[in-house]
Ligand binder design. Structure first.
Ligand code: G3H
Length: 257
C-alpha cells in the first residue's frame, strides 16, 4: 500500500504494463470517478498516443460510451487528414444516442475534419434478421472497413453499470449477474477470470478480430473500473493494446502487487 502511494507515474505505468500484459500503459493524474475533467485528460492522452500510428488513409474503428465521447470532444483538425475515416466498431448495443458509436464517429469526423461511416442495425437482432442484414451491400462495405481498420479505439465498462445503462433484457441481465460479470467491452461481458459470460448480438467487430488489428487503444479510468479493466485484459490477447487510464484506476489495479 505504502509503495503505491510513493510510486511515480512512470513506475506505475511500467508495473501495470507488466501486470496486464499490454504493449503500453499511459496514466493521467487524478481519478475520473471524482473529477469529471479527468475524462477529458484521458481523451487528450488517447489522442496524443494515437497520433503516432495515424497516416493519411488510416481507418479507426470506435466503440461507444461516455469515455469515447470525451475523446471525441478533445479532437482537433490537426489530428486527421480529410481521407482518414472513423467507423463504428459494432452495431447498436442498447446505448442512448449520445453514447452510441455512430454518433461518436460523426463527432470525431466533424471535429477532426475527417470522414465517417455509419452502421445502423437494430439492437440485439434475431438470427434471421442478422443473416439478411449481413447480405446488404452497404452493410458489407462498412463491415469490410471495420475489419481492415488499423486502429481500434474502445472503452471498458463496469459490467453491472453497463448492463443497467443499456437496454438489456431481463433474461440477459440475469445471465450477466449470475455469471458474475465484472467487466465489459465491445458488448462482451467478462467475469473476474476473463471468461466471456455474455455477448450482445450485433454485427461488426468481434472480439477475435482484434488479434489482427495492429494498434488497439483502450481508454478507461476511475477507481471503480479497476476490476473491469483487469477482467477484460485477462480474457484478451493484449500484445497490440495500449491502455490509457488514470491514477484512480491504476492505484486500485496495483493494490496487492
Ligand atoms: O464498452 C465500454 C463502455 O462503453 C464504457 O462506457 O466510457 O461510459 O464508462 P463509459
Amino acid at each position: 500500500r505504502m509503495m503505491i502511494e510513493i510510486m511515480g507515474i512512470n513506475v506505475m505505468e511500467d508495473s501495470l504494463k507488466e501486470k496486464l500484459g499490454v504493449r503500453r500503459v499511459i496514466i493521467v493524474p487524478g481519478n475520473s470517478d471524482d473529477l469529471p475533467w479527468v475524462k477529458e485528460e484521458l481523451g487528450r492522452a488517447a489522442i496524443q498516443s494515437m497520433k503516432a500510428c495515424v497516416s493519411d488513409h488510416t481507418t479507426i474503428a470506435v466503440t461507444g460510451g461516455t469515455t469515447m465521447s470525451a475523446v471525441a470532444g478533445m479532437l482537433t483538425p490537426d489530428f486527421a487528414s480529410p481521407d482518414m475515416l472513423f467507423v463504428p466498431a459494432r452495431g447498436g448495443i442498447g446505448e442512448d444516442v449520445q453514447n452510441q458509436a455512430n454518433v461518436i464517429c460523426a463527432t470525431m469526423a466533424q471535429k477532426s475534419g475527417a470522414r465517417h461511416r455509419v452502421l445502423y442495425v437494430p439492437d440485439q437482432v434475431s438470427r434471421e434478421v442478422y443473416e439478411s442484414i449481413m447480405k446488404e451491400p452497404s452493410i458489407k462495405e462498412v463491415m469490410a472497413l471495420i475489419t481492415s481498420a488499423s486502429i481500434v479505439l474502445h472503452g471498458i465498462g463496469d459490467a453491472a453499470t453497463m448492463a443497467k445503462r443499456r437496454n438489456t433484457s431481463e433474461e440477459d441481465l440475469r445471465t450477466i449477474l449470475d455469471g458474475e460479470a465484472v467487466g465489459e467491452a465491445f458488448g462482451y461481458y467478462f467475469d473476474v477470470h476473463g471468461k466471456i459470460v455474455h455477448k450482445v448480438k450485433t454485427i461488426g467487430l468481434q472480439l477475435k478480430d482484434l488479434a489482427s488489428i495492429p494498434n488497439v487503444f483502450a481508454v478507461a479510468g476511475g477507481a471503480s473500473k479497476a476490476n473491469a479493466i483487469q477482467s477484460y485484459f485477462k480474457g484478451m490477447p493484449q500484445s497490440s493494446s495500449t491502455l490509457i487510464t488514470d491514477e484512480g484506476a491504476a492505484k486500485e489495479l496495483l493494490k496487492g502487487s
